[in-house]
Design a protein around this ligand. Structure first.
Ligand code: PRP
Ligand code: MN
Ligand code: MG
Length: 181
């Protein structure tokens, strides 16, 4: 396999960090949603890895649906325009929805999604974001579960891409600026 050590500057969150955090959050979610009709909604494509591992860390049977939205295209900055590329298959009316996201950066994607879901009559809508960049927020997003707060740097791996690459890295790392500048 190609050595990518010259394409990253720092590993921020390791595979092991993620495994431990997902177990913690899964235990909280199992308690918080006991007896409730929970639906996990993963946001494609970034949330693929966290959704797969988080769902399997949960101690109960839970349905999973997917929404595909995109705001970044091939750049490193959010365009602010969120496009639906694939809508939910599930009617979320009266469901307790937990949106699973890889990252809250500017917050634009999730604030748009939360508004979109609010109009569909869900019993509740909450967010689990594995990563959050507190200093990059352009809009505030209420996230009930957050894995790690990270600095304002362009990160890749564990689902996060630059120009569709690096999603399959096991850790979350900072992309070396020479790759995109
Ligand atoms: C990325 C990431 C989040 C969103 C966060 O998705 O996966 O969904 O941006 O950024 P924001 O808080 O500034 O809106 P992207 O649009 O790159 O699509 P992808 O998941 O297919 O990579
Ligand atoms: Mn995404
Ligand atoms: Mg992306």
């Amino acid at each position: 396999a190609a050595d990518i050590s010259d394409q990253i500057t720092t590993v921020l969150v390791t595979e092991e960090d993620i495994r431990e955090k997902l177990a913690e959050i899964a235990a909280r979610v199992a308690v918080d949603y006991a007896g409730k009709d929970l639906l996990l909604v993963g946001v494609l494509k970034g949330a693929v890895m966290v959704m797969a591992d988080f769902a399997r860390a949960l101690p109960m049977v839970v349905p999973m649906d997917w929404m595909a939205v995109s705001s970044y295209g091939s750049g490193t900055k959010s365009s602010g325009v969120v496009q639906i590329r694939k809508d939910l298959d599930t009617d979320i009316h009266d469901k307790h929805v937990l949106i699973v996201e890889d990252i809250i950066d500017s917050g634009l994607t999730l604030s748009w999604l939360l508004e979109n879901f609010a109009s569909r009559g869900a019993a509740s809508v909450e967010v689990f974001a594995l990563l959050r960049k507190p200093e990059a927020a352009k809009v505030h997003v209420e996230s009930k579960y957050v894995g790690f707060d990270i600095p304002t740097e362009f990160v890749i791996g564990y689902g996060l891409d630059y120009d569709e690459k690096y999603r399959n890295l096991r850790d979350v790392a900072v992309l070396a600026p020479h790759v995109y500048s």
